[in-house]
Design a protein around this ligand. Structure first.
Ligand SMILES: CC(C)(COP(=O)(O)OP(=O)(O)OC[C@H]1O[C@@H](n2cnc3c(N)ncnc32)[C@H](O)[C@@H]1OP(=O)(O)O)[C@@H](O)C(=O)NCCC(=O)NCCS
Length: 334
């Protein structure tokens, strides 16, 4: 039974257009339990990669049905040769040899990503046993950014007292430029819309509207201007997106502080999308809220890719994996 009301609501939504999600870490019991929970709920079809016999035995030992779950062993898959050719053709210009493609396609994260590229799965969730870099790199190389020249970034859905917020980028871009920060803010606004969260976007800083100075503050101010300018273009017209900065975190989310520090801001006090100036700030903040602040945290979820591939924290529980699968299903719904 899934405890989070928010994740249950996403699973319910996912049932309206059932997607196929690949989980490359079938050697992990938490992953197998998540596969069982989602398939049993019929909210997604699941493909698990790993040793077929061991995975089937694990399901049988627990008395779990395998309806809605497919077990695939990449090394013996009849599709392996097809994926090797696909990988080779996609990456040969980058210097990948055929021999290297043969090896790499058997790496489960690459195999899962190639399944998506081939249309055999709609999304992937991995990272219970892999670093963010190892999970994300195949997606960046094979699935690629949805918009040319735009960096892929990541977000967390943070649930505080039942209320969802988007935190970005807490997982991928270590020190974004002003342009990258503006793009992160715009992509996160669209992410918020996709998840039914108000696209009220605050670019965070240690300064509110010029209260402090420094190159760090200037970067956030410039990013805010760039994002606000982009909002005037046809691409974002009529979407109801509000972007403002630079704001301190308290001015962004607390109405009484906002009234004092940024009374004319359309976003201050009611921000739902919090854009951090760099990965250090974002990553530390989300972990503190998760471990000491009692918030639920789901992510890092990638935004800006052509198809959803999502990462897990290595300390995750089966229920966190179910949450990531639910989020991936929503992202896969066009
Ligand atoms: C995401 C990350 C893994 C990519 O770094 P990397 O593996 O060294 O990637 P490379 O620089 O070799 O790039 C690999 C490919 O991805 C592309 N790429 C890298 N970052 C990208 C981004 N943010 N958006 C889009 N494409 C990107 C590169 O252009 C390259 O494409 P190509 O090979 O087709 O030319 C890296 O940014 C990273 O380590 N970030 C921090 C992640 C982390 O540790 N988080 C911890 C908290 S969860």
């Amino acid at each position: 039974m899934i405890k989070s009301e928010y994740i249950r609501s996403l699973l319910l939504k996912a049932k309206k257009d059932v997607k196929t999600i690949v989980l490359p870490e079938g050697e992990d019991e938490r992953v197998l339990e998540a596969a069982h929970l989602v398939a049993d709920d019929k909210s997604a079809k699941i493909i698990v990669l790993g040793n077929q016999e061991k995975m089937q035995k694990f399901f049988a030992d627990h008395g779990w049905e395998t309806e809605g779950v497919t077990f695939i062993q990449p090394e013996t898959s009849p599709r392996l040769a097809e994926y090797v050719e696909l990988l080779y053709n996609l990456r040969k210009e980058k210097g990948l040899t055929h021999e290297e493609a043969e090896k790499l396609a058997q790496n489960y994260n690459y195999f899962g990503t190639l399944m998506i590229k081939s249309g055999h799965a709609d999304g992937m969730v991995s990272g219970a046993n892999h670093s963010t870099a190892d999970t994300v790199r195949p997606a960046l190389q094979i699935i690629k950014s949805a918009k040319k020249g735009r960096s892929v970034s990541s977000f967390f859905i943070m649930i505080s007292n039942g209320e969802p917020y988007i935190f970005t980028d807490c997982g991928v871009i270590i020190n974004p430029s002003d342009k990258e920060l503006a793009d992160i803010a715009l992509d996160a606004a669209e992410t918020a819309i996709q998840f039914g969260i108000e696209p009220n976007v605050a670019l965070l800083s240690f300064s509110t509207k010029g209260s402090a100075k420094g190159v760090e503050v200037e970067k956030v101010q410039q990013a805010t201007r760039m994002a606000q300018e982009a909002l005037q273009t046809a691409e974002y017209a009529g979407k109801g997106i509000l972007i403002d900065g630079e704001l301190q975190a308290d001015a962004a989310v607390c109405e009484t502080v906002a009234a004092k520090k940024a009374p004319n801001s359309p976003v201050a006090g009611k921000a739902k999308v919090l854009v951090f100036p760099n990965l250090e700030a974002g990553n530390i903040c989300y972990k503190m809220l998760q471990r000491l602040g009692g918030c639920e945290a789901y992510g890092p979820i990638l935004q800006g890719l052509n198809a959803p591939v999502n990462d897990l924290s290595r300390g995750c529980f089966a229920e966190d994996i179910v949450g990531a699968i639910a989020i991936t299903c929503i992202q896969a719904t066009k």
